[in-house]
Ligand binder design. Sequence first.
Ligand code: SIN
Length: 480
Amino acid sequence: MQPTTSDLFKPASFIGGEWITSNTTFAVTNKATGELLADVADASQAHMTQAVQAAKSAFASWAALPAPNRAQLLRKWYELMIAKRDELAELLTLEQGKPLAEAKGEITYGAGYIEWFAEEARRLDGDIIPANSTGQRIHVTRHPVGVVGAITPWNFPNAMITRKAAAALAAGCTFVVKPARETPLSALALAALAKEAGIPAGVINVVTGTDSKALGKVLTESPDVAKFSFTGSTRVGKLLAADCTSTMKRVSMELGGNAPFVVFDDADIDAAVNGAMLAKFRNAGQTCVCANRFLIHQDVEEQFTARLTAKITELKMGNGMDSDTTIGPLITPNAAENVHKLVTAAIEQGALLRVGGNWTAGNFYPPTLLTGVSPDMDIVSEEIFGPVVTIMTFSDDAEAAVLANATEYGLASYFYSQNIGRIHRFADALQFGMVGINEGAISNPAAPFGGVKESGYGREGSKYGLDDYSFIQYRCLGGI
Ligand code: SIN
């Protein structure tokens, strides 16, 4: 498929309900073949300011729309996404690289946030608190914060947008997003469907461009943007959060992770291996919740490693559009080179290469497994963002907890055990925002996604996902 044949192919920014071209364009490539997919409008700061003003103008009427009406429009958007799932998935695979089956899964996942928040829009309620005197009443009401600015990553070009946009719109906010330059087509296709669903002009705006710093500055520094939301690296998140302080806007940050995957000696090893495949190889290891460090009890390490190795060798790396591909390319050759540097350094420091590791150039990195890894290696302290399993061992629960928490990150974590007492104790000991217990796939629109420590703050999805997009007003009614 060439994306140009799709009705959802819109290579321009979407501002105030119109497709806005620019004087210059940037190339979006097929990540499996390197071929040109599209020349997309390269927006300027003036375009971003125009988008913020469009969102500002649309805010009052969108916020005033009764919640069931907002819910209905979101529902329509969701239904269109489901109806166009195959087309959206093909665009996504072409520009991002993940296998088509995974891309379809992402569309269902992304649409799930819209469905979820369409329902939650009707439940944005307040409180009545007993007052101190009979002549007073205390009411607490909830209100949309205003214009939301967002910057989203290339690893989930659909779902990382919907989980911010749907929450914002459900709460009555309007929305401006700058998608990653590597994957703007999925974002623009979402905007086309929002327009078709009847979401009014200016409520959703998508600004595509290459000058991330300049475009981001408008979102972080404009007094007209009330809330800023970012998904990406901790390094960039810190810079963006600092830029937001001049206007004291609300900020939520979904940043890097370094997830431990712990297997106790009482675990169901087959279940742990299946969970490890999901937690490690989804999107070729390019997710913030991917297992980054495998901590395996010394008595089951051999068994776990042998079974995991067998599963890894069944993976078929290739073009995501081919039906037998189960693992696609990394986003760029540079990303593969960074993964390879970590692998090479670990081997030099004493790790044993058991599978893969044979990379010379390009963005396809082979699924790799290393044993004999130790906590002082860079591959343990850094987010790998690639298909590499690193295995360390432990001998008791206390050691496992210390090793698992030995990171500045606190996003996802996973562990496998059949002992209910240990399950509670170990979950209590983990300093992470999300814990998969006997489960390798934890992402779900109904659940609060987010981290602690340097993985950021704020939650996306679930009923908590609306908190960042609304403020509470306390009303003291006297003289009653
Ligand atoms: C991420 O990698 O940031 C998100 C992954 C997910 O939603 O599961």
